[in-house]
Structures are given as structure tokens and as C-alpha cells.
Design a protein around this ligand. Structure first.
Ligand code: ADP
Ligand code: MG
Length: 224
């Protein structure tokens, strides 16, 4: 519990900072990206084309760090609407299939009949996308990602299950800490964002992991 409180305190601070500076950093970056893009088409730079591509993709990476950082900001007010989580998952499914295909993974939906929930579409979508991406990234040698909705008396559970090699205990402890990543190109912000979004919906995220894979479960309470 204490660790949980420390984590939340840290996120508050980050949220405030993010709201302040992210915007200011993004504008000049957009300008630089635009000029790089333009210059990269000039004949005299064709010899070094790959440097431009690298600069642009690094700028995009910085930009995605800012985007995730911003969604940690507390100032964003939830746009709550009554909706069905299954519908959202069905809408996103083609996106997951395309992603799975590109990575030589599989993806399945196992949907139970569930009651409508009150939630912020954009935020919950972001949370699902982050967990799905982690799931795919955990299976570099192929495997099936399963998204499952479960109808419990007091809650709806969304499970995202991968067949990766699991999470070691010392890493498990650090899950959700901002900037904690084991990936070369990771931001370490995806799970922080997920925990934050779950918390804003009075929900929680639990993790089960073994050498056969990892399951992240998002618990949505039925009474918000
Ligand atoms: P990132 O994906 O950018 O590294 P995240 O916050 O999404 O940041 O995840 C933090 C870390 O948690 C990852 O680097 C990885 O070590 C671990 N992790 C998250 N999801 C999984 C998963 N499904 N299987 C194994 N490890 C995971
Ligand atoms: Mg991630």
C-alpha cells in the first residue's frame, strides 16, 4: 500500500510538470520536423537520406514520449459516457489484426455478454492499445494475444493475455514506475498511463505472470 501511495504521489508531480512544458516543447519540434522532411527531398541531400530518416524518426519518438507524458497529466477531464466495452474492442480489433499480422502474431477476442459501463472512450482505448502493444512486444517469436471480457457480479474484467516469457519478480516490482523500461526503444510510460487511467475510472489493474506468459486484467467497477 505504501508503495502504491508513493507511486501516486510521484505521478501527481509528473502530471503537473507535463502539462506545463510538453506543449512548449512540441511546437518547435513540429517546426524542425517539417524542415527536415522538406530538406530530405532535396537532390543534394540524397546521399545522406538515411540521416534525415533517422532524425525524423527520433523526433517522432520524442513526440510520442511527450504524448504519453501528457496523458499522465491530471488536468485532463474525463469525458464519461455510457458504452459497451465489447463494442470498443470490436472496433479496435481490425487494428490489432493488422498489427498481429505484421509481427507474425495472432490475436483473438473472447467476449462475454457484459453490461454497459461509464467510461472515457479515448482514455480506455489508450489503455487497451498500450497493453496490447506490450503483449505483442513480449512475443517477438510469435504467439497469440487474447483479449477477453468477463462478466462478474460487481465488475467487468478485461483480460489481455500474451504468450511471452513472463515478467521476472524484480521487474514486476517496478511495473508502472514512470520511465521504467527494459526495451531499447521503450519510453517506460505505457503502463504508468494505464495505471493512471484505471485509477481515474475507479478501477484497478492486476497482473498474473509465469514462464508461459502474462495476463494484465483491468477491473472496472460496475458502479462508478
Ligand atoms: P515500455 O513498453 O515503453 O517499455 P511500459 O510502461 O509499457 O513501457 O512497460 C514497462 C516494462 O514492463 C517493459 O519494458 C517490460 O519490461 C515490462 N512489461 C510490460 N508488459 C509486459 C508483458 N506483457 N510481458 C513482459 N513484460 C512486460
Ligand atoms: Mg509499452
Amino acid at each position: 500500500f505504501e508503495k502504491e501511495m508513493a507511486r501516486l504521489g510521484r505521478l501527481d508531480l509528473i502530471g503537473e510538470m507535463a502539462a506545463g512544458i510538453a506543449h512548449e516543447i512540441r511546437n518547435p519540434m513540429t517546426t524542425v520536423r517539417g524542415f527536415l522532411q522538406m530538406m530530405s527531398t532535396r537532390p543534394e541531400f540524397q546521399e545522406n537520406r538515411e540521416f534525415f530518416d533517422l532524425m525524423i524518426s527520433e523526433l517522432d519518438r520524442a513526440n510520442s514520449i511527450i504524448t504519453e507524458f501528457l496523458s499522465l497529466s491530471k488536468d485532463q477531464v474525463l469525458q464519461l459516457k455510457k458504452d459497451n466495452l465489447n463494442t470498443l474492442l470490436e472496433t479496435l480489433f481490425p487494428l490489432f489484426q493488422a498489427d498481429a499480422f505484421n509481427r507474425k502474431n495472432d490475436v483473438r477476442l473472447e467476449l462475454e455478454q457484459i453490461p454497459d459501463l461509464v467510461f472515457d472512450q479515448r482514455e480506455v482505448r489508450q489503455m487497451i492499445l498500450n497493453l496490447v502493444r506490450n503483449g505483442f512486444e513480449a512475443m517477438p517469436h510469435g504467439g497469440t494475444l487474447t483479449l477477453r471480457t468477463i462478466n462478474k457480479k460487481r465488475e467487468v474484467i478485461l483480460e489481455i493475455q500474451d504468450q511471452g516469457k513472463g515478467i521476472e519478480p524484480f521487474i514486476l516490482e517496478k511495473l508502472g514506475d514512470p520511465f521504467f523500461t527494459t526495451k531499447e526503444n521503450g519510453t517506460g510510460l505505457g503502463l504508468s498511463v494505464c495505471y493512471r487511467i484505471a485509477e481515474k475510472h475507479n478501477g484497478r489493474i492486476s497482473v498474473k505472470t509465469s514462464s508461459l506468459g502474462t495476463t494484465f486484467s483491468i477491473h472496472f467497477p460496475l458502479t462508478l
